[in-house]
Design a binder for this molecule. Structure first.
Ligand code: ITT
Length: 207
């Protein structure tokens, strides 16, 4: 079956595509920049964005789709940039965050991801969090955004030093998407008769 990911960020789409393949779900890209309300929680941003997207593009309701909102939350900066991650990245980038973190001993930070799935007229939210720390200097060329300055716990590498496959073992996004796919997979597949649909037809013929 086809599942669509609405995002203007190709790197995010590529991560999701690979996770989908593991679940035999073909994730397709809708390259669209949608309006993000500036809320204090990424959960609210994801829900608002999903509702606005549907309102402004009613034809999208014929598709199964999701969007995903993520943010980097740094303890020593009281959770900044958090829901302001997009804006902060555009304005001060990784160098700016490292400057803010210059004399901070507490390097603890986490990436949070909320995926909002629209399926059968209903929106469900799926969550992923990855704990880690802000390194002292940017490292690595892979990925995007804050990847060069975030190192997840239990790895010696920043996200930007990892291949896409390895980032998909650690990231906040793979967690929210795996939750989405594993929770919704049976119903997503049933609808299109790809798993139980076949079984159901066989059973019918037998009786
Ligand atoms: P869409 O909203 O179109 O999906 P975006 O790039 O704006 O794409 P988000 O709103 O989810 O994505 O993320 C806000 C910012 O947080 C993003 O611009 C990045 O700078 C940063 N970010 C999110 N996920 C990240 C990740 O996996 N690695 C590094 N930075 C990330």
């Amino acid at each position: 079956m086809k599942l669509f990911f609405v995002t203007h960020n190709k790197a995010k789409y590529k991560e999701a595509k690979q996770i989908g393949l593991e679940y035999n779900i073909d994730i397709n890209w809708i390259n669209l920049e949608y309006e993000e309300n500036q809320e204090d929680e990424i959960e609210k941003i994801a829900l608002y964005s999903c509702n606005t997207l549907i309102k402004e593009n009613p034809e999208i309701k014929t598709k199964n789709f999701f969007l995903e909102d993520a943010g980097l939350f740094i303890d020593a900066l009281n959770g900044f940039p958090g829901p302001y991650s997009s804006y902060a990245f555009q304005k001060i980038s990784n160098e700016g965050i490292l400057t803010l973190m210059k004399n901070k001993e507490n390097r603890k930070a986490r990436f949070k991801s909320v995926a909002a799935l629209f399926y059968e007229g209903e929106i469900t939210l799926h969550y992923g969090v990855t704990e880690g720390e802000i390194v002292y200097e940017a490292k690595g060329e892979e990925g995007f955004g804050f990847d060069p300055i975030f190192r997840p716990i239990s790895s010696d590498l920043t996200f930007a030093e990892m291949s896409l496959k390895t980032k998909n073992l650690y990231s906040h996004r793979q967690k929210s998407l795996r939750e989405l796919l594993s929770q919704k997979l049976p119903s997503l597949k049933n609808k299109h008769g790809e798993i139980d649909g076949k079984d159901a037809r066989k059973k019918k013929r037998k009786s």
